[in-house]
Unconditional design. Structure first.
Length: 152
């Protein structure tokens, strides 16, 4: 029974982590539109994003990526510049070390003090630490790349 619970918990954690990976495409233009616009450059931005409960908020990430890319496009090519064919990917960020470290620290502290003092309330601290480290959410470094086009 204990082995089955551990296997189930491990499977749930794996699913959560794999689902939380970010990979989107946005503002893609089709073949007809490509003939009416001129791709002049490409731009790339990176930023960190918190994912509550390890669920990526695709709408917010896409909007933030587009806004940052469009700002770069307009700074370099004028107000008629726009960004299309945006590719958004997420990866590991060093902020995750802090996040997991603090949560794991609380977990270890709670378990050790719970065993040492024989106080079940301290196990709540341990469980909270694990929840903080793995359940509440995670940080992702978002990289967005898009083509800069000029509209007449």
């Amino acid at each position: 029974m204990k082995k089955m619970r551990l296997t189930f918990l491990s499977g749930v954690l794996l699913v959560i982590f794999f689902v939380s990976c970010v990979s989107f495409r946005d503002r893609e233009i089709d073949v007809r539109e490509r003939s009416s616009v001129k791709v002049v450059d490409s731009a790339t931005v990176e930023f960190n994003k918190w994912q509550l409960f390890n669920i990526p908020s695709s709408k917010r990430i896409k909007n933030e990526a587009y806004t940052k890319l469009k700002k770069i496009a307009q700074e370099n090519h004028g107000v008629n510049a726009d960004v299309v064919n945006i590719v958004i990917t997420g990866s590991w960020t060093p902020l995750e070390f802090i996040h997991i470290g603090v949560g794991t620290g609380f977990a270890v502290l709670g378990v050790i003090t719970g065993i040492d003092q024989n106080n079940p309330a301290n196990f709540v601290v341990g469980g909270s630490g694990l929840l903080l480290a793995f359940g509440i959410g995670n940080w992702q470094r978002i990289t967005a790349t898009g083509d800069i086009v000029l509209y007449d």
